[in-house]
Design a protein around this ligand. Structure first.
Ligand code: SF4
Length: 265
């Protein structure tokens, strides 16, 4: 389907949870954030219902995000639910990889198309610093397990423009060894206007926006850099999707009522 600016909107990012097992400095405050109560989290069955309505409207790509999607139970079964929906060509995931190793083969078997794994550095001390306590080895095990399971792997590197390129260079060298791609993400703040910076792969320029988001609360979000949401009407999720697409702005502004961790970037 197309939005009011003629952009083809065919990509739905689904935040399965606002929870995460890491505390990355550019994503979350040190004290963490107040998690959503379980009763506010949409069931996977209802999320699949929204995905089905989106597919019927021409959406062909789904990305599973979080928080950290793999902290939620039932993700492999959810991938199977999505795989059974006609028209969904791509079912991808963005994860920090630390919980992926034991699940990668099963996710691939069930039809996961590809996985983007966050890796901002290959220096164990820097990794522990950036993630506030994460273990680099856990992420590396997840990356290797995904690759061994035959999943296309892309390494997401959040780049702080004020720092030198040592972290990025290290990840690039590691990706060459493993034969996987690197995607640079310019560090951003939601409460500052959206910046289209072509030195980085992400975020994409708004002129080429192709997505909307489903939050773990069951609200649709037209734009990452905006506060608008559309609660999903489960009796008519297609109408909610149409309303969400109609609300998309030409360009992202500043947002204040959601943390990145609750949106999934
Ligand atoms: S800021 Fe909003 S309009 Fe721009 S690319 Fe992101 S979601 Fe699309």
């Amino acid at each position: 389907m197309f939005d009011s600016f003629g952009r083809k909107i065919h990509y739905l990012r689904i935040s399965l949870t606002d929870r995460c097992n890491l505390r990355c400095r550019y994503c979350m405050p040190a004290e963490g954030v107040a998690w959503l109560p379980h009763e506010r989290i949409m069931s996977l069955e209802n999320m699949a219902k929204v995905a089905g309505a989106a597919a019927a409207l021409g959406f062909d790509k789904i990305r599973l995000t979080g928080g950290e999607p793999l902290v939620r139970k039932g993700v492999p079964q959810f991938v199977t639910m999505l795989r059974d929906i006609p028209g969904l060509d791509i079912i991808a995931m963005t994860t920090n990889g630390t919980l992926l190793a034991p699940l990668a083969a099963d996710l691939a078997r069930r039809g996961l198309s590809s996985v983007n794994i966050s890796l901002d550095t290959v220096d164990p001390e820097r990794y522990a610093y950036v993630t506030r306590g994460g273990r680099l080895d856990d992420a590396l095990c997840g990356i290797r397990a995904a690759r061994d399971a035959g999943l296309p792997v892309k390494l997401n590197v959040v780049v702080d423009p004020s720092r030198d390129s040592r972290d990025l260079d290290g990840v690039r060298a590691f990706s060459d060894e493993l034969g996987c791609a690197v995607q640079t993400i310019r560090q951003y703040r939601l409460d500052q206007g959206k910046l289209d910076d072509f030195h980085y792969d992400r975020p994409p320029p708004c002129a080429r926006c192709n997505r909307i988001r489903l939050l773990a609360t069951g609200e649709l979000k037209p734009c990452l850099h905006g506060d608008a949401v559309v609660p999903v009407d489960l009796d008519d999720p297609a109408a909610s999707i149409r309303a969400c697409v109609a609300m998309k702005p030409a360009h992202g502004g500043a947002a204040s009522n959601h943390n990145v961790s609750a949106i999934g970037g």
